[in-house]
Structures are given as C-alpha cells and as structure tokens.
Design a protein around this ligand. Structure first.
Ligand SMILES: NC(=O)c1ccc[n+]([C@@H]2O[C@H](COP(=O)([O-])OP(=O)(O)OC[C@H]3O[C@@H](n4cnc5c(N)ncnc54)[C@H](O)[C@@H]3O)[C@@H](O)[C@H]2O)c1
Ligand SMILES: N[C@@H](CCO)C(=O)O
Ligand code: NA
Length: 429
C-alpha cells in the first residue's frame, strides 16, 4: 500500500514523542490506517541534538516552511508551538500547498482557528488537532463525533496538566510552588513559557476550542475570563480540605440565556465530585448532552506519550480518508460567540481574610456582606492570637459575582484586613 508520508516540524517533547510512536507501533498503525504512516522529513532547530530517535534516511529541513513544499511530504505535522510566528506560517503554507495539517498547538487554534479552518475547508483539507486539548484524552473526537447529535449545555474540565500537577503536589507533599513547577517543566508538561500554564492562558486556549465544538460557535479566546493559580496558597489548600473541597483550576463553558459563559479559574470542587479526584498530570472533561446525559473522560493531559498518541490518531484518520469538518460543521454554519460577563455569574464563594485578631472585626466584615445582600453559610477561625494576624474563612450562599466583588473591594479597605482577600468560586455540591 502507498504510505502516507509525514513531515514533522519541531522535535521537542511532542515531536520526538510522535516520531518514536510512529516507529515503535508502525505495524499496528499501518493495519489500522490501512497503509503505513512513514516519517519522511523533519525540521528542528538543532540537527546535532540526540533526541533518542533515529533520523537516518529522513530529510532534514533547516527551514520548517520547506516541509510545506517537500514533494515527499503528504501531511505536515506542526509541533513548534506559539500562536503566531513559524507555527502559523507553516500551517498556512501547508494548507496553501494542498497538504493536510495535524497540530498540537492550542494557542494557534484558539486565536486563528476560524481563519485556518476556513482555509482548510476551502481547500478541502483536514486540519487535525486532537493533541491540542487534554493531551491523550480523545476529547475532540468525543465532542465533535461521539456527541454530535446532542445539544450540549455545559463543558467543565481540568485542562492544564502542569497546574493540576502543581496543586496536587502542593497538597500531598506540602511543597512550595516554584519547586513543583520546576518538576513539571522537567517532566515535559509545561509550555515553553510556563506563565501560560500557571496564569490559566493555556487552559483558556483549550476551553476556547472545546466551547467552539460544543456550542457550534467561532473560537473567541478574548471572551474567556481567565485567572490562574499563582495566588493559591498552602493555607487555602488546607482550608479547602477541611471544608470538604479540592482546589482545581477549572475551565467551564456553559450555555446561559444570554450566551455562552466561558471562564478559567481556580475552584473549590466538592470531594464527592469526579473532577475532585483527578490528580497529578491527569486532565478530565465533563460534558452534558441533552440526550447523552453526563459524559466524563479522564487521562494524561500532557507529556510526550499521551500527546503523541493524539497526534497519531489524527494521522490515522487522515490515512483513512476521514472527512469530518474541522469545527464539527461547515464554517458558514458556525455562529459568532455571545460572551457573558463574569459579573453575571451566580454561585457560592470562599472568602479568606488575614485580619487582626481583635473584637469587632467579624461584625465589620459581615456588615459589608449584609449591605451587599450576601448571606453566609459558614465561617472558620482557628485559635486566638489577640492583636496578631489570623486567617478567617467565610463561605457564602449563592450570590451574584457583581455583589461579592463590590463587597470585597470594601472589605479590603478595612484597617483590620491585612492582606488582599482570597476569593475562590465554589462548584455546586
Ligand atoms: N508538552 C506537552 O505535554 C504538550 C501537550 C499538548 C500539546 N502541546 C503543544 O505541542 C507543541 C509543542 O510542544 P512541546 O512541549 O513539544 O514543545 P518543545 O519546546 O519541547 O518543542 C518545540 C520544538 O520546536 C522547535 N522549534 C522552534 N522553532 C522552530 C522552527 N522555526 N522550526 C522548527 N522547529 C522549531 C524547538 O527547538 C523545540 O525543540 C506546542 O504547541 C504545545 O503547546 C504540548
Ligand atoms: N502545558 C500543557 C501541555 C498540554 O497541553 C499542560 O500542562 O497541560
Ligand atoms: Na486530546
């Protein structure tokens, strides 16, 4: 059978992992794809680096753009990364040259996904991106194909392996944030700039992609409310535990009467929920279809093996001649997104204050909450240290975010409040 010839740009964690998988499972892949999938060309920065993969007989291009024009390449696999620059130029050039593209680049798709899909559709070419969201979990296929008959009301997930690994390790081992981040980088989980992980941007790229598929809308990264995990302290992790929650960085896209609300932020997840038990580098996504009911999937969200698994799944689809629309419907059928402001969100909140331990503090704080119509479910304070700084935790009943934000702005100005208050949204029980 004629092989499908692959050119890979970028031989880092994912690129080298993909080359390894194509070699190690070649016979099985050929059987399932109906023909061999063969690596014929690569482009990377450093030709002399040992990546543990054999590159003999494979064409080396110093310029990744040359892959798009190489007559010995049928499919271009973009594993460089970055929303613009060489990754975007390569994907555009490959489509213009009539080559299908597979990419793991969520930043590129979240920002330029509409234009790239339009170009691919006009050229009648597949554009695969299973690896871009939740690594080895086949969540793109699940939403676009498995749940294609459903009206989806909500997608919620743990979408960043680095953050979940950091939060899990901080809780289990009581280690500090920077030290655990260095581990995640060494394991190949983090983005080239790990700020994308810890600031929630990477999870927001992935949520943008999931929301486009789930709600039949164009990608709209700018509509996502984004908060990362930089300010999550060991103190909040331990209070969460005491209250029966785990702190997770969640990405949530939800249909509301006024549009699709999209947000990424740390959340207190009740320990009884499936998402609370997803630990380490694992990702998970919970989807609600009107006929399917809830669908939950879990797997490794980052790292060479899981991500390569998703890249090669897309290559097998292409070898099989699959013709699935990039975003699950013709480009013309997709709607613009209708963003919903975070201030309109309703839910319960965890509020932790560092205050001076003195009479009247709680009365001042609760008076402000009362003035904003916010009622309390519970309160925690441990021990007494008169005149010293102590943490107090307040858990609210459901309230509108605009009210709690306004209340916190006032609480932060009280003399007895010593630090910026910590506010964490609570997922429903
Ligand atoms: N690491 C993961 O777990 C993971 C998981 C899912 C998706 N991704 C995505 O996969 C892509 C690659 O990530 P990675 O972790 O392998 O990154 P990486 O930094 O390990 O690898 C990227 C490689 O691209 C090379 N490169 C840079 N500019 C180039 C150019 N102009 N031409 C050719 N090569 C060039 C770099 O030298 C580097 O080796 C990114 O889009 C990332 O977001 C990564
Ligand atoms: N940096 C990403 C890689 C997987 O997309 C993560 O940690 O989840
Ligand atoms: Na995936």
């Amino acid at each position: 059978m004629t092989p499908l010839k692959i050119g890979i740009a970028g031989l880092g964690t994912v690129g080298a992992g993909t080359a390894r998988l194509l070699a190690d499972n070649a016979a099985l892949i050929a059987t399932r794809a109906g023909r061999p999938i063969t690596l014929t060309a690569v482009s990377a920065r450093d030709k002399s680096r040992d990546r543990g993969i054999a590159l003999t007989g494979i064409t080396w291009h110093d310029d990744a753009l040359a892959l798009a024009a190489d007559p010995n390449v049928d499919v271009v696999v973009e594993l460089i990364g970055g929303s613009d620059g060489p990754a975007k130029a390569l994907v555009e050039a490959a489509i213009a040259a009539g080559r299908p593209v597979v990419t793991a680049n969520k930043a590129l798709l979240a920002i330029h996904g509409t234009a790239l899909a339009a170009a691919a559709e006009a050229a009648g070419l597949p554009l695969g991106f299973e690896a871009a969201v939740a690594g080895g979990i086949p969540v793109i296929k699940l939403l676009r194909e498995g749940l294609a008959a459903n009206r989806v009301s909500r997608v919620a997930g743990i979408l960043n392996g680095t953050c979940n690994y950091i939060l899990t390790t901080m809780r289990e081992e009581g280690r500090d944030f920077p030290e655990v981040l260095a581990d995640a980088q060494a394991l190949g989980y983090a983005e080239a700039d790990p700020a994308f992980d810890i600031e929630g941007v990477d999870a927001a790229h992935k949520l943008t992609i999931l929301a486009a598929l789930a709600f039949g809308q164009n990608v709209d990264f700018s509509a996502v409310h984004i908060e990362g995990i930089r300010n999550i302290s060991a103190l909040d992790i331990s209070f969460a535990e005491e209250l029966g929650y785990r702190i997770k960085l969640l990405g949530i896209a939800q249909q509301t009467p006024s549009g699709v609300s999209m947000r990424v932020h740390p959340a207190m997840v009740p320990v009884s929920k499936l998402l609370a038990a997803v630990e380490g580098v694992f990702n998970a996504v919970l989807m609600e279809g009107d006929f399917s009911g809830p669908v939950f999937c879990q797997g490794r969200g980052a790292g060479a093996g899981p991500t390569a698994s998703a890249v090669v799944a897309d290559l097998i689809d292409i070898a099989r001649g699959s013709k699935i629309p990039v975003w699950g419907a013709a480009q013309a059928a997709l709607a613009p997104s209708r963003p919903v402001a975070i201030s309109a969100l309703t839910g319960a909140y965890y509020l932790r204050l560092m205050v001076t331990d003195q009479p009247g503090v709680l009365a001042d704080v609760t008076a402000i909450l009362r003035d904003h119509g916010i009622s309390l479910e519970s309160m925690l304070q441990h021990g007494r240290s008169p005149g010293e700084a102590v943490p107090i935790v307040l858990v609210t009943h459901d309230t509108i975010e605009a009210a709690i934000s306004a209340a916190i702005s006032r609480i932060a100005t009280l003399d007895c409040v010593l630090e910026t208050p910590a506010l964490i949204r609570i997922e429903p029980k």
